[in-house]
Design a binder for this molecule. Sequence first.
Ligand code: HPA
Length: 270
Amino acid sequence: MLEKIKNTAEYILSRTKRRPKTAIILGTGLGQLVDHISEREEIPYTEIPNMPVSTVEGHSGKLIFGLLGGKEVMAMQGRFHFYEGYPMTSVTFPVRVMKACGVETLFVSNAAGGMNPSFRVGDIMIIEDHINLFPENPLRGHNYSELGPRFPSMEEPYDHQLIALAEKIAKEKNIHLQKGVYVGTQGPTFETPAEYRYFRIIGGDAVGMSTVPEVIVARHMSMRVFGMSVITDLGGFGVPVEVSHEEVQEAANVAQPKMTEVIAEMIKRF
Ligand code: HPA
């Protein structure tokens, strides 16, 4: 595992002169951020040794290097979800490699269903904390002490300073942001009404099928993390919820410019 991470990082660094300290996982809602990255260099995942092989034909994804707000960044276009069948080591492998490339701060985005009754479709939620309901912790098994401790603290999974910065920027730009707890589930089913109510009762504000494994692994290696969810649908208020993949995409497209603006400005300033 350590050898694999090292080899993959060495390959990536041999392909670019950039040495970014910031990485972004471009989940739903942040796809357009790519257009704001200048002097782009791209490495398709298929060319990177040890990268998981995509389950979706023609959507293999790529690693993008360039400048965002004057800062060097590495962006992952296309992530690996647990529901696709990957083992947790594959889902989180890119985060291990980012760190080995010298990245210290990770930005992530995702789509999520809202169960906080004050949320509306198209809202953006700063992830303040999470509840890990994946059936497996990505750190299960042998611990590589070179990477991080056996029992890592999850006291501050999402960096308080970065959250404060996001709130400041949003206020200046008159962008309305929600803040809350993200419940991470394995999917691929959306929630039943009872599951939505259950997630609300245990302290969740939104639920989705990604992010938590990557954040756990990033925190294992002491990376700073900032995360945002686009609320693409609502559940748990006694109304039957029909969610289609298309509706999720549509809501994400509405939120996208705002989310992009906040993240781009954060990276410029932090
Ligand atoms: N549940 C889980 N994941 C999701 C949802 C949801 O309601 N919406 C978008 N991703």
